[in-house]
Design a protein around this ligand. Structure first.
Ligand code: NZQ
Ligand code: ZN
Length: 389
C-alpha cells in the first residue's frame, strides 16, 4: 500500500426530506445570498426546487437562480453564472441536480473570486486555490460529484471536455441526499448512473499497486451490492431501500475511499469523455461500452487484476487468469445489458464513430500516455475504441 492523505470534508444529510435542510445547512456555513443552479426541468416538475426555495427563505437566505443546465455541461452557463454572482454579491452556490449541474456550480464557484477566465483552471494554466462554498441537493446517483473534488466541463467551441481535479477546493461543503428524489429518473438514466458509479470504483480497483487488500475488499463489496440493488431498482423504481443503497453507493464510489493507498487508472474515463464530448451521449452509457473494451485489451496483456475482479465480483471459478478475465468481462457485459445499457458503439447510437479523431483529441487533451494500470499510447487507445465497435 502507498502512503496517502485522505480528507473528505463534505457533510452528508441522507434520507427522505433531506432537501428541506438546504436553508439550515447553508446558514450554518455562513452563506447569506445563494445562486441556485438546476437543470433542464426535472427539479421543477418534481417539486424539489420549490421545497429548496422554501427552505432557503425560511432560513433568511436570499436566492437567485440559474436553470437550464444541460447534460455534458458547457462553458457558456458557467460564464453566465459567474456574472450573476458578481452582480448580486452571491456568497455561496447551491446545485440542485446531478453531475452536470454540480460541476457547473463548482466551475462558477471557482470563477467568481478569480480575475482571469475560469477555463484557465481546466486548461491547466492556473491551479485552483479558492472557491465560493458549494452545497448540493442530489437528484441522480451517478457522477459522484456530490462527494468529489472534481468538475467536468466542455468548452463548446472546440468540444473539449476536461475533468478538473482538486483535493479539497471543490469538494461540496454539504450534500443532501434524498433517495425518493430519484424515483422520477428515466430507467436509462438510472442504469447509466449505475454504470458510472461502478466505473468509478473500477478505475481505482484496476491498479498496479500490490498489497491493497482492504481497498480491494471495500471496492468488491460495493460493486457486489450495486449489482444486487441495481436489479431491484430497475424492477421497482420506487423501492426506497434499493434506491437508498444505490444513492449512497454512488457517493462512496467516488469520494476517494476506494482509491486510498494505491495508484488509480482513469484511462476508461479519459477515453469515454471524448465520446460524450463529440457525440453528446450519456457519460455512464459511454462507460458501459468502453470499460469492457478496456478490460478485454488488458485481459491479453495484464490479466491478473481483471481475473481477480471476475472471481471476486462475479464468482468466476476458472483457474486460468486470462480465461477468468474474459469470463468476467462477459458477466459484466451481460449485467449491463440486463439493465438496458449499450455495450457497443452501435447500441450507444454511434454506429460509425470517428476513431482517428477521438484518438487525436484524447492525446492532445490528456497527454501522449494515459492510464495507471498499464500505460496506453495512441495505438492502444485506438485498439480499445475498435474493441468497442
Ligand atoms: O436536466 P434535468 O431536467 O434535471 O434532467 C436530468 C438530465 O437529463 C436528468 N435527471 C436528473 N435527476 C433527475 C432527472 N430526471 C428525472 N428525475 C430526476 N430526479 O438526468 C439527466 C442527466 O443528468 P446529469 O446531471 O447529466 O447526470 P450525471 O449525474 O450522470 O452527470 C453527468 C456529468 O458528470 C460528469 C460527466 O462527464 C457528465 O458531464 N462527471 C463528473 C464527475 C465529477 N464531477 O466528479 C465524475 C464523473 O466521472 C463524470 O465524468
Ligand atoms: Zn464517471
Amino acid at each position: 500500500m502507498k502512503n496517502f492523505t485522505y480528507c473528505t470534508p463534505t457533510r452528508y444529510v441522507f434520507g427522505a426530506g433531506a432537501e428541506n435542510e438546504a436553508g439550515k445547512e447553508a446558514a450554518a456555513i455562513g452563506v447569506k445570498r445563494v445562486l441556485t443552479v438546476y437543470g433542464g426541468g426535472s427539479a421543477v416538475r418534481s417539486g424539489v426546487l420549490d421545497r429548496v426555495r422554501a427552505s432557503l427563505a425560511a432560513a433568511g437566505i436570499e436566492s437567485i437562480e440559474l436553470g437550464g443546465i444541460e447534460p455534458n455541461p458547457l462553458d457558456g452557463p458557467v460564464r453566465e453564472g459567474i456574472e450573476l454572482c458578481r452582480s448580486n454579491n452571491i456568497d455561496g452556490i447551491l446545485a440542485v441536480g446531478g453531475g452536470s449541474v454540480i460541476d457547473t456550480a463548482k466551475a462558477i464557484a471557482l470563477g467568481v473570486p478569480y480575475s482571469g477566465d475560469f477555463w484557465d483552471f481546466y486548461s491547466g494554466k492556473s491551479i485552483p486555490a479558492e472557491a465560493l462554498p458549494v452545497g448540493v441537493v442530489l437528484t441522480i446517483p451517478a457522477a459522484g460529484s456530490e462527494g468529489s473534488g472534481n468538475s467536468v466541463i466542455t468548452l463548446a467551441k472546440d468540444k473539449i471536455k476536461i475533468s478538473l481535479r482538486t483535493d479539497y477546493v471543490l469538494r461540496p461543503k454539504f450534500a443532501l441526499l434524498n433517495p425518493e428524489l430519484t424515483y422520477t429518473l428515466p430507467p436509462y438514466q438510472t442504469a447509466s448512473g449505475i454504470a458510472d458509479m461502478m466505473a468509478h470504483i473500477m478505475e481505482r480497483y484496476f491498479t498496479p499497486t500490490p498489497d491493497v487488500e482492504i481497498t480491494d475488499r471495500v471496492s468488491e463489496g460495493i460493486l457486489k451490492a450495486i449489482i444486487g440493488e441495481a436489479r431491484k431498482v430497475m424492477e421497482n423504481p420506487e423501492d426506497y431501500q434499493a434506491r437508498a443503497n444505490i444513492m449512497w453507493s454512488g457517493t462512496l464510489a467516488h469520494n476517494g475511499i476506494c482509491g486510498t493507498g494505491r495508484r488509480e487508472d482513469w484511462a476508461s474515463h479519459a477515453i469515454e469523455h471524448e465520446i460524450s464530448a463529440m457525440y453528446n451521449v450519456t457519460h455512464g452509457a459511454g462507460l458501459a461500452v468502453i470499460f469492457p473494451a478496456w478490460m478485454t485489451f488488458m485481459a491479453q496483456r495484464a490479466p491478473g487484476k481483471i481475473a481477480q475482479f471476475a472471481r471476486r465480483v462475479f464468482d468466476v471459478s476458472n483457474p486460468d487468469d486470462s480465461a477468468a478475465a474474459l469470463e468476467g468481462i462477459q458477466c459484466l457485459k451481460a449485467f449491463f445489458g440486463s439493465i438496458g445499457l449499450p455495450v457497443t458503439f452501435a447500441e450507444l447510437g454511434v454506429p460509425q464513430p470517428d476513431i482517428d479523431e477521438m484518438v487525436r483529441r484524447l492525446h492532445i487533451n490528456k497527454g501522449e500516455a494515459i492510464g495507471g494500470y498499464l500505460t496506453l499510447r495512441a495505438e492502444d487507445t485506438a485498439e480499445i475504441y475498435r474493441l468497442a465497435l
